[in-house]
Design a protein. Structure first.
Length: 294
């Protein structure tokens, strides 16, 4: 267990609300996964899985409300992202389940997490969560998918992302980061504030898994029928991954899961819905987590 340090670019209110966390380390196949933990180990736990090219900071606006609602909040940097190691041969989301399963077992064995666990996965993290619980159904009691790809229903309009690593200055790179955030992650220009830019710029610098391809397949759609836990979903109204197809996804998902929970569309928000519309998202997430499980 190690002390936790907030990134310097977080504003004072977030630094205060996120203070008191701890860093936890787990090992799988010789590679370290870094977890960030809030709340008491005796509380029921919710594991938040971040998106691709991200880290735990994808959830900076959602952790404190979960903790205030009585949850033990565990947020790993997924292998290959943030502070976690890139395991040898780890090239896409299908490598995540082994590390998440081993990590959770180690946390529980050390008394750092109880047996009541629910998983909320954003984008790439939603894919990881679905594959994890399909392979290890005993690990959690519920899955909430947030903006998850891998449903075989991608929009016909290609998201126009631009490269930035070749650019010589931070200013030039930030111009591309702003473009990419508006193309994929956010809907309203007002949501692209200094914090969003700083989080994104810091996260993409530490992405060591750049050639992921499984998000464009139906890998999650194929995993959902295997899940024994209730599945819910939260999507931004204007999610760039499902432009003009979100209603189709809403209709299809309840028929894919053995046990369906809730669907929430967050009005006015894009793909990074938990950042852009944090208050509405948090209400939807807590409604899913509080729901009676069957």
């Amino acid at each position: 267990m190690n002390p936790f340090e907030c990134p310097d670019f977080l504003p004072a209110d977030l630094r205060l609300s996120l203070g008191g966390a701890t860093r936890l380390h787990t090992i799988c196949e010789g590679s370290r996964t870094v977890w960030h933990a809030w709340g008491l180990p005796s509380q029921p736990a919710v594991v938040l899985l971040h998106g691709g090219s991200g880290s735990w900071t994808h959830w900076v606006r959602n952790i404190a409300p979960l903790q205030a609602a009585g949850w033990r909040v565990l947020v790993p940097d997924l292998p290959g992202f943030g502070d976690s190691d890139l395991p040898p041969g780890c090239t896409d989301v299908d490598a995540m389940p082994a590390h998440l399963h081993a990590g959770l077992q180690q946390l529980q064995a050390r008394g750092e997490c109880g047996v009541q666990v629910r998983v909320v996965g954003f984008s790439f993290g939603g894919m990881a969560g679905a594959l994890w619980l399909a392979a290890h159904p005993q690990d959690a009691e519920q899955l909430v998918l947030v903006g998850a790809p891998g449903m075989g229903l991608a929009t016909s309009q290609r998201v126009p992302l631009k490269g930035w690593r070749h650019l010589p200055t931070p200013e030039a790179q930030n111009q591309v980061h702003r473009h990419n955030l508006m193309a994929l992650m956010l809907e309203s220009p007002t949501a692209l504030d200094d914090l969003a830019l700083s989080l994104h710029a810091a996260n993409v610098q530490r992405d060591r898994m750049p050639r992921r391809r499984l998000s464009s397949t139906d890998i999650v759609a194929r995993a959902l029928p295997q899940l024994l836990v209730p599945v819910s979903a939260i999507f931004g109204e204007h999610d760039a991954l499902y432009r003009e197809r979100l209603s189709e996804l809403q209709e299809a998902m309840p028929h894919m899961a053995q046990s369906w929970g809730q669907w929430h569309t967050v009005a006015g928000a894009g793909h990074w819905v938990q950042y852009e519309a944090a208050t509405a998202f948090d209400a939807a997430m807590l409604a899913c987590l509080r729901a009676d499980l069957t």
